[in-house]
Design a protein around this ligand. Structure first.
Ligand code: FNR
Length: 190
């Protein structure tokens, strides 16, 4: 069966390097996995009143349905002031209610930066949120991608073969975690 891999990108910027990384990562999926780009740019800011009293924004409903439909995620995020961008946290908060739509889904975190630290702070802040949502992290390889401003060709794809191999190893690890969790789900009482 075709598995759906959701791509969440923590930048709304038109020329975003995170978007270009996500585009490259999508090309590295095995052929029985389909990339689904989750658009978070139209999500109104989370406010619990809108769920409790209504009306729930249509964009929230659509996003939650999209999260329900995916089997695993790749989250590509820049670092803003040593943490994740607000737009990504907003999307995580919306998807966490009501009933936590992220529950039990494996996720690969790919943080990135034009600097050399590769968004280390953002990467680990995001993993803290994973714990309470029971998102199953790919532990290794840890993907901190630095120097993104020199990384892409004219088609917005990663040009360096070593970097491509590294990104491929991240996708391979995600596939492994998804395979293991799917197997556990298919067996009673595990
Ligand atoms: C940044 N940037 C940045 N870089 C970093 O390594 N650590 C940081 O804490 C920050 N903080 C930060 C805050 C804000 C508000 C902006 C706009 C930028 C630089 C960041 O890595 C760079 O702008 C990336 O290109 C952003 O990712 P996208 O939009 O290209 O995906």
């Amino acid at each position: 069966i075709l598995k759906k891999i959701g791509f969440l990108v923590g930048s709304l910027r038109r020329g975003s390097y995170s978007k270009k990384l996500a585009k490259t990562l999508a090309t590295l999926l095995p052929c029985d996995m389909q990339p689904v780009m989750l658009d978070i740019s139209q999500l109104p800011l989370f406010n619990d009143d809108l769920d409790v009293e209504g009306p729930t924004p249509a964009a929230w409903v659509t996003f939650r349905e999209q999260v329900d439909a995916i089997d695993a995620m790749v989250i590509v995020t820049p670092e803003y002031n040593r943490s994740i961008p607000g737009v990504l946290k907003n999307a995580m908060d919306i998807g966490s209610r009501p009933g936590n739509h992220f529950y039990g889904k494996p996720a690969l975190v790919v943080s990135n930066s034009i600097g050399s630290a590769g968004g280390y702070g953002a990467n680990h802040h995001l993993r803290q949120t994973f714990t309470t949502l029971n998102i199953i992290p790919v532990q290794r390889p840890e993907m901190y991608i630095g120097h993104t401003n020199t990384m892409f060709d004219e088609h917005d794809l990663v040009k360096n073969q070593g970097t491509l191999d590294y990104l491929q190893s991240g996708i391979r690890a995600l596939v492994r975690v998804l395979t293991l969790t799917s197997l556990a789900d298919s067996v009673n009482n595990v």
